[in-house]
Design a protein around this ligand. Structure first.
Ligand SMILES: NC(=O)c1ccc[n+]([C@@H]2O[C@H](COP(=O)([O-])OP(=O)(O)OC[C@H]3O[C@@H](n4cnc5c(N)ncnc54)[C@H](OP(=O)(O)O)[C@@H]3O)[C@@H](O)[C@H]2O)c1
Length: 257
């Protein structure tokens, strides 16, 4: 049983899954520190949710040292944060050999460096308060190989392993760590210039979820006794991943080298 929700910090709060987190955390929290680059979006969200909670808009680019530093300062000064959602992200798409290496490295800074820095800064406050929760945005791509997203998939696999190990380390402090692994979700991510070449229309609607459904699954999983670390929203995604994990296990067990 974790401590009550009070102050959350959500990265990538200006769109998609992060915005949905803010909406669903609003009735639970006194304050949400909402981080993204587009200040106007964050201010509009703050105005919309003003009747439910205080949203503190914080414009920052989490691929930069200055941006991460500003968010770390807010975490220390506006906290203590009991709920950290490391959600901000983008994906590249295409063969790694022909990719823009600067964008791949920026992807790692955003998904990995920023998530590690914020988690590292938040954990002492959570320990001091007797609990808290950290949600890291993984993906089904953390567990199954998706062509043309080598770096993105590897970053998500990092977050999955990190979340599992961290949970073992901080469980005694009442801190819940979750790696939320959505499948295809209708957000802005697939329309970004980095994803040119990804044809959304080829994929059947049955594979897609809405951000609100993904977030509802995440928050419901946290309420469960012995909350799972790896949370996969959607029966289609769970079936796909279950099959992929079984195939890998069978391949390993058959090896006789
Ligand atoms: N949608 C899916 O199918 C899917 C599936 C699995 C996992 N995910 C993961 O879910 C998370 C959220 O993605 P989404 O699908 O909701 O995408 P989205 O709609 O494109 O939202 C991405 C969010 O990240 C923020 N962001 C991007 N670059 C940033 C930067 N440099 N600094 C600070 N904030 C930045 C964006 O805000 P600004 O542009 O205003 O900065 C936006 O708020 C990501 O980690 C993604 O990998 C998504």
């Amino acid at each position: 049983m974790s401590i009550p929700y009070r102050i959350a910090l959500v990265t990538g709060a200006s769109a998609g899954i992060g915005e949905a987190f803010c909406r669903q955390l609003a009735p639970r929290c006194e304050k949400i520190i909402a981080v993204a680059r587009r200040a106007g979006r964050l201010e509009a969200l703050a105005a919309e949710l003003a009747g439910e909670t205080e949203v503190v808009p914080l414009a920052a680019d989490l691929t930069t040292v200055e941006g991460v530093t500003r968010v770390l300062e807010a975490l220390r000064q506006q906290g203590p944060v009991d709920t950290l959602v490391n959600n901000a992200g983008f994906s590249t798409f295409g063969p790694f050999a022909e990719s823009d290496i600067d964008r791949e490295l920026a992807l790692l800074r955003l998904h990995l460096d920023a998530s590690l820095e914020l988690s590292h800064a938040a954990l002492p406050f959570m320990r001091e308060a007797g609990g808290g929760r950290i949600i890291n945005l993984g993906s089904v791509g953390a567990l199954i190989n998706m062509p043309s997203t080598a770096v993105y998939g590897a970053a998500k696999a990092f977050l999955l392993q990190f979340s599992q190990s961290l949970q073992a380390e901080v469980a005694e402090d009442g801190i819940a760590v979750q790696c939320l692994c959505p499948g295809l979700t209708h957000t802005e991510i697939h329309g970004q210039p980095d994803m040119a070449g990804f044809d959304k229309s080829r994929l059947p609607e049955t594979l897609w979820m809405q951000p609100a459904e993904v977030v509802a699954a995440s928050l419901a999983a946290l309420e469960q006794p012995g909350a799972p670390v790896v949370v996969v929203p959607g029966a289609v995604n769970r079936e796909m991943l279950g099959g992929a994990v079984e195939t890998l296990a069978a391949s390993i067990q058959q090896q006789v080298f």
